[in-house]
Design a protein around this ligand. Structure first.
Ligand code: SF4
Length: 437
């Protein structure tokens, strides 16, 4: 059965066609007002962006949604979760780090109009376990407590590429973003006998030991002390490896080589973990917005943002996380790639060619993994009906703290205080513009 996905493009020429106004338009068109009843606590799940990432969603989108939820009588909070220590200098691993990074990126109670909450506690162990007998890979998921206990959840997602998930959309926002840290280890296949990084192939002879100029980076990447660099080589203790990913970028000599299916299995498992969130909260209390803009090749989890793979696509809303992602995947595929982007580097810039598998996934994995699992476990449908939403009410998106026209709003202050010099301005009245044209 197909699901409805509501869509507006990214073009703007007026207040009512701003992306903020369009976001609220598609949200309402998708019937998402109905997931919230007055007095209910509403979690708005965003990705606050890694330190120095610049493609993450600007806080104004979350703010507009917060204001809208308040108008509906809800009690909103905006949240994100702690991450795995997936690189040696991760900036969101504890609640302290996450809040500092979120605030640096503009997410705080002042900008949002409600609290920003790390949803899985200080270290990422505050969670609710959900059984997943329907799961294709995972049979349990660990959902960040603040999300699992919310009355309703809105996933406000930046749609883009992702090194492990291949793409990052609503399913990944649920299947990684709403999982606690131990939930993320689960999705990334910690302790899996075959595909976990603990099952990596070990080639100690490739390591030059302390003769290598970057040996300290390797040893200090592992929070569990499993990597030791000796004078002449490397010692690695795979037992206890939680698949945190932290050593991947620094052990570049090939001494530890991850199993071929590690990333693919994690991407597929996101589809199961996403179902865990829906089971915890209830499908009728969940809504999804995808902002397919600034579609950088890698996720907002990295400390940089490359040129987008394709031009902005638009704004989407749905009650089905699989369908909304499938639409975005298809529209990115249908789009011509951005000139000079990684899509062009990898020869996939032509319209009609998959972009993410080649230009985003570090192992060239299929971009269907997340949605195909989600379609099979009952999370949603890959079949969709795309509904174009007309431009909305021009009055609604106006400055909402004071909707009076400026002629009325400013008449009295301007009467009391002159905002120009009493005797006019001093300037060259005869300046010839042709001199500078
Ligand atoms: S050995 Fe395992 S736990 Fe240690 S950094 Fe690598 S992935 Fe993480």
């Amino acid at each position: 059965m197909s699901s409805k996905v509501y869509y507006m493009d990214d073009r703007s020429a007026s207040a009512e066609t701003s992306l903020v106004a369009k976001m609220i338009n598609v949200y309402e068109a998708a019937g998402l007002n109905d997931i919230i009843s007055p007095g209910e606590v509403v979690a708005i799940k965003i990705h606050c962006g890694e330190y120095n990432n610049t493609a993450y969603l600007r806080p104004v989108y979350a703010r507009a949604l917060v204001d809208h939820v308040k108008e509906l009588g809800g009690r909103p909070f905006v949240c994100d979760t702690t991450t795995q220590p997936y690189n040696p200098y991760s900036s969101r691993v504890t609640a302290l780090d996450l809040m500092l990074t979120a605030e640096r990126n503009g997410y705080n109670s002042g900008t949002l109009g409600c609290p920003f909450i790390p949803a899985d506690g200080y270290l990422g162990t505050d969670d609710t376990k959900v059984d997943l007998p329907e799961g294709l890979i995972l049979k349990e998921a660990y959902i960040a407590k603040a999300i699992a206990l919310a009355d309703a959840v809105i996933c406000l997602t930046h749609f883009k590429g992702h090194g492990v998930g291949v793409y990052g959309g609503a399913v990944k926002n649920l299947g990684i973003g709403c999982q606690s840290k131990r939930g993320k280890y689960n999705v990334h296949q910690a302790f899996h006998s075959r595909v976990s990084l603990g099952a990596s192939a070990f080639f100690p002879h490739l390591c030059r030991g302390k003769a290598c100029p970057t040996w300290e980076a390797c040893e200090t990447s592992c929070s569990y002390g499993l990597i030791k660099i000796t004078d002449t080589g490397i010692e690695w203790t795979p037992e206890g490896c939680v698949n945190c990913l932290a050593h991947l970028k620094v052990v570049t000599c090939g001494a530890i080589q991850d199993p071929p299916d590690n990333h693919d299995m994690a991407a597929a498992a996101m589809g199961d973990a996403a179902l865990g969130v829906v089971k915890a909260v209830g499908a009728k209390k969940m809504g999804y917005i995808n902002m397919a803009i600034d579609i950088a090749p890698f996720c907002d989890c990295v400390m940089f943002s490359d040129r987008p793979l394709v031009p902005n696509i638009g704004v989407f809303a749905s009650t089905d996380p699989v369908a909304i992602d499938q639409v975005c995947i298809d529209m990115v595929k249908a789009s011509a790639g951005m000139s000079g982007s990684r899509a062009q580097d990898f020869g996939v810039a032509a319209a009609g060619v998959n972009k993410f598998s080649a230009a985003s996934s570090v192992v060239g994995a299929s971009e269907a993994l997340q949605v195909a699992v989600g379609a099979r476990n009952g999370l949603g449908s890959q079949e969709y009906e795309l509904i174009q939403v007309p431009v909305g009410d021009p009055v609604k998106p106006r400055f909402h703290w004071d909707k009076r026209p400026v002629g009325i709003r400013l008449a009295e202050p301007f009467r009391r205080e002159k905002v120009y010099p009493e005797n006019g301005y001093t300037r060259n009245e005869n300046f010839d513009l042709e001199l500078v044209r």
